[in-house]
Every structure is written in structure tokens, then in C-alpha cells.
Design a protein around this ligand. Structure first.
Ligand SMILES: Nc1ncnc2c1ncn2[C@@H]1O[C@H](COP(=O)(O)OP(=O)(O)OP(=O)(O)O)[C@@H](O)[C@H]1O
Ligand SMILES: [Mg+2]
Length: 476
């Protein structure tokens, strides 16, 4: 278990191994066990022991000693989940809340929320069912599944509230449509180039609608493999296929009462388009491998950056689905066609990032403003945000210069995580490595196999990098 939160625990612990009592030094503590560094424990390897450990008060816990690596041992607790929750769980939980940030993705914890609204990992280990879940799964697993199995736990996973900014006539038309479309339940189709704000628009409609207190669930049709899309959307019953060890609720069911955002709908495979169309006839469906007809009250918002009419002509998109989705449409113009928004957005993000990293930056030089206005922004607002964020980090001036913007150079996705003050290659590589690891973690919900695939490295390497960069470790 690498991905349940753990804490550095470098205190002395008593280990009663029936024959002898050892005093050993701890390394770290997690829900599943305590890692220690002491060869003395070799004698009682594989034995049942009792440890006396100082948490909020001293507690004794039963466990078994296993060797871990060359000179590390882990005492795996074999206590019942109730006891673990009320001792180690309580201790870890209080330390996480004290640290104020998610140990998995570093998001700030607000209002004592019980799980991270960004990465889905749990903060509250005081519940025996959470301990049981972690004990059973052994490896970190996205807690989304757990949440869906416990409807009382369901809350919307909202990203930080985002501002929607713009002053141009074209974007005001978009705002106007958002307000109008929020009042009904018809499907909405949002069309726009990459980075223009399609998802932001979909969320804005949801947040202004009567469904606002229900989930907004995103399905990226391009990112989910064709053979998984159906079960992802509709869920499956236990035994539906080899790996279906238990029932899984699909995203449509999860979104019940709320909004289902079908992103990159143009990339949905034709076979799935037929199934979606059938669902949209009367909003009923069955889980894969099941025969119960279920009904979901969801509003569909779809987005695309490909021309669906063209796709229909080429036979890549079903015409009947196109007409069903294309009831209400929003076209978000590219940034270069609404130049009035460029400086408003640029100044907004400049202020925001300068404040965030505590730099006193007053604005842009006239040349920089001109460069921003003349640039074509192929990546639209997302690209603008990246450019500004990078300039804020790199600039040494009170006014960001044209050079700081570095507009001609191709935008590198990981550029913002470079260490702005240092050109030391090793330091920067470490930083990028950690950042990519975090991103892979967020994208896969901590699934090691998927992380290995995304990062193009082996699973053991993923484990060792998680260890190296202390992902999941509580710091205070
Ligand atoms: N008008 C705006 N005001 C403030 N932020 C914006 C605006 N438009 C876009 N953004 C921000 O730009 C980023 C990209 O927006 P979003 O993800 O909604 O784009 P998208 O059209 O869905 O892109 P893609 O097609 O690549 O998925 C987000 O961080 C979003 O918050
Ligand atoms: Mg998007």
C-alpha cells in the first residue's frame, strides 16, 4: 500500500516478539503498517508481534513482521479495521488536517472536507469502512469507486471555482446564451477550438441551472478506450466480464439529477454513438451485463473542436445523433477573433499569478501588450494562461517585457514547472519528474499500471518514484 497517506514517524517503537522486546526506530507510518529500519528484527521475521507506539497516546497493536527491501522491515497491522481507524487512522487524519494540504496532490484542504475535491483521495481515515477498503485493495485506487458505492458520500468533485472573463461583444453573446440555456433541460452543443473555454462554459450553464447542487460529471470521449466507454457510461453488473468483481455505477447514473458533460463528442466511436442515441430517446439504460431498465435524469452538454457537420458528411458521426444533440448551440469564437478580451484576460492572470507567488508586478510594457495582441493564439485562452504564468515566474522586472513572454518559441506544456531561478539541469529534471508523476497520478487516480503506461516506465519504477518524491506523504 503505497498510496494511502503515510507520515514520517522517526520515533522509537517497542516491538514485543514474544521472546524478546526490541526498541527500534520507525521510518514511516501508514494505515497498513509501520516501516522500521533495524536488522535486529530479522530474528522475528514472519512472526506475530505486538508493537507499542506513541500516537496521540500510547497504543499497542498486533502485527506481523515482513522484510521490505534490503534493510527495511514493515510491521503489517493485522488488527480489525475498527481499531485501526480509531488509532492510526485518527492520528493520520489529524495530521493531514493540521498540514492543511492534500498529501497526494497538494491541493489546499477547505472546510475539513473528507476527501480531496481534486484527486479524490481520502483525508478521513477514522471510518472503519475506509480502512477496510484500503486493506482489501492493497494498492492505491481511485476513491471515486468507493464514493459511488456509498451514495451518502457522493459530492461533486469541483475544481476550484473559476472566473469567466471577457468584455468583447462575441463573449457577451456567449454569456447571454449561458444564462438562457441554464433555464431548461435541452441538450447543448458547445463548439470551439481547443482552449477556448468549452468546459468552462458547460460548468457555467450547470452552475446557473436548477441542477447546480447535483453532480457535474465529465466524460472525455477521446480519452476512454472504445471497449471501456460503454461500461464507463452505463456501468456494469458483477460478473458482466472477467474483471467485474462487483457492480460499478456508470457516469450517467452518477450524474443523476445533474449534468453529464460529453467532452470531445466528435471522437466518440460510431458503435457508442448508437448506444448514446438510444439512451437519449427516453433516458433509460441498462448496466452492462444487467437486464434491469434504469432511468437517469441528466442534462447532456456535449463539446467538440471538430466540425461535426463535416464529420457527418464523412460518415464519422451519426446524423441522427448530431440533430439530437444540436438543439441548443454555443459557438465560442477563438481568442484571435475577440481581441478585446486578450488584455483583460492577460491582466487578470498576471495579477493572480503574481499574487500567488508573491511578486510585485505592475503590468506589461507597451511592446509586450502589442505582442500579446498580435499573436495568433492557436491554443487560445489555455495558451495565454500558460504564457502569462511562465512570464510571471521568469520576469525580473516590474513590467513584463516582450522577451519575458517569449511568444515565438513553441509552447512547452511542462515549461511552467521549471525552476525559474536555476538553470541547474539536475534540479530542473527532478522538478519536471515530480510534476509529471503528479499529473499521471491525478489523471489515473493513482492506478500504478495506468501511471506506468502514461509515463512510459515500468511499474516498479513508478513505485520507486512515488517513494522518492514522497507522493502521499503528510508533511507539516
Ligand atoms: N473566458 C475565460 N476566462 C477565464 N478563464 C478562461 C476563459 N476561457 C478559458 N479559460 C480557462 O482556460 C482553460 C481552458 O479552458 P477549457 O478547458 O474550458 O477549454 P476547452 O475549450 O474545453 O479546451 P479543450 O478543447 O482543449 O478541451 C481553463 O483553465 C479555463 O478555466
Ligand atoms: Mg475541454
Amino acid at each position: 500500500m503505497r498510496l494511502s497517506a503515510r507520515i514520517r514517524y522517526e520515533k522509537s517503537v517497542f516491538v514485543d516478539c514474544r521472546k524478546d522486546i526490541f526498541i527500534v526506530k520507525g521510518v514511516n507510518l501508514s494505515l497498513l503498517g509501520l516501516k522500521v529500519k533495524d536488522d535486529a528484527l530479522n530474528i522475528c521475521k514472519e512472526k506475530d508481534v505486538v508493537i507499542f507506539i506513541e500516537l496521540d497516546k500510547e497504543v499497542s497493536l498486533k502485527g506481523k513482521i515482513t522484510r521490505f527491501g534490503d534493510d527495511d522491515f514493515v510491521i503489517i497491522f493485522n488488527e480489525n479495521p475498527e481499531l485501526i481507524a480509531s488509532t492510526v487512522g485518527k492520528y493520520l487524519t489529524s495530521r493531514i488536517y493540521k498540514s492543511g494540504i492534500c498529501p497526494f496532490c497538494s491541493k489546499k484542504i477547505e472546510n475539513k472536507e473528507r476527501y480531496c475535491k481534486r484527486c479524490g483521495m481520502f483525508f478521513d481515515y477514522t471510518k472503519p469502512e475506509v480502512v477496510r477498503f484500503i486493506q482489501e485493495f492493497k494498492v492505491g485506487k481511485i476513491f471515486y469507486d468507493l464514493l459511488v458505492e456509498h451514495p451518502e458520500e457522493i459530492e461533486e468533485k469541483l475544481e476550484d471555482r473559476k472566473e469567466f472573463i471577457g468584455v468583447s461583444e462575441r463573449i457577451k453573446e456567449v454569456f447571454d446564451l449561458i444564462r438562457k440555456y441554464a433555464t431548461n433541460n435541452y441538450p447543448v452543443l458547445i463548439i470551439g477550438e481547443t482552449g477556448t473555454g468549452k468546459e468552462l462554459t458547460a460548468r457555467a450553464i450547470h452552475e446557473r441551472s436548477k441542477r447546480a447542487d447535483k453532480p457535474f460529471v465529465v466524460v472525455n470521449c477521446a480519452a476512454i478506450p472504445e471497449n471501456l466507454l460503454e461500461s464507463e457510461l452505463f456501468g456494469y453488473e458483477k460478473g458482466a466480464f472477467t474483471d467485474a468483481h462487483r457492480r460499478k455505477i456508470g457516469r450517467i447514473e452518477f450524474a443523476n439529477g445533474g449534468t453529464l458533460f460529453l467532452d470531445e463528442i466528435g471522437d466518440m466511436p460510431l458503435s457508442m454513438q448508437a448506444k448514446l442515441l438510444r439512451f437519449l430517446e427516453d433516458y433509460t439504460f441498462t448496466r452492462v451485463g444487467g437486464n434491469e431498465t434504469l432511468h437517469a435524469n441528466v442534462r447532456i452538454i456535449a463539446a467538440t473542436n471538430v466540425n461535426l457537420e463535416e464529420a457527418v458528411k464523412k460518415g464519422k458521426f451519426r446524423e441522427d445523433l448530431y440533430y439530437r444533440l444540436n438543439v441548443l448551440t454555443i459557438n465560442i469564437p477563438p481568442l484571435r477573433e475577440r481581441k478585446e478580451d486578450i488584455m483583460v484576460l492577460a491582466k487578470y492572470f498576471l495579477n493572480r499569478y503574481a499574487k500567488e507567488i508573491g511578486k510585485d508586478i505592475k503590468g506589461f510594457t507597451p511592446e509586450a501588450e502589442e505582442a500579446l495582441l498580435n499573436y495568433q493564439w492557436p491554443g487560445n485562452v489555455r495558451e495565454l494562461i500558460n504564457v502569462i504564468r511562465k512570464a510571471v515566474v521568469l520576469t525580473e522586472n516590474m513590467y513584463v517585457s516582450e522577451k519575458d513572454l517569449n511568444l515565438r518559441r513553441e509552447e512547452v506544456d511542462t515549461a511552467y514547472c521549471l525552476n525559474g531561478r536555476s538553470l541547474n539541469l539536475k534540479e530542473n529534471i527532478e522538478k519536471v519528474e515530480r510534476e509529471l508523476l503528479r499529473r499521471a497520478f491525478l489523471k489515473t487516480g493513482g492506478n500504478i499500471t495506468k501511471m506506468a503506461k502514461l509515463l512510459g516506465i515500468s511499474r516498479p519504477k513508478v513505485y520507486s518514484l512515488i517513494e522518492k518524491h514522497h507522493i502521499g506523504e503528510i508533511t507539516d
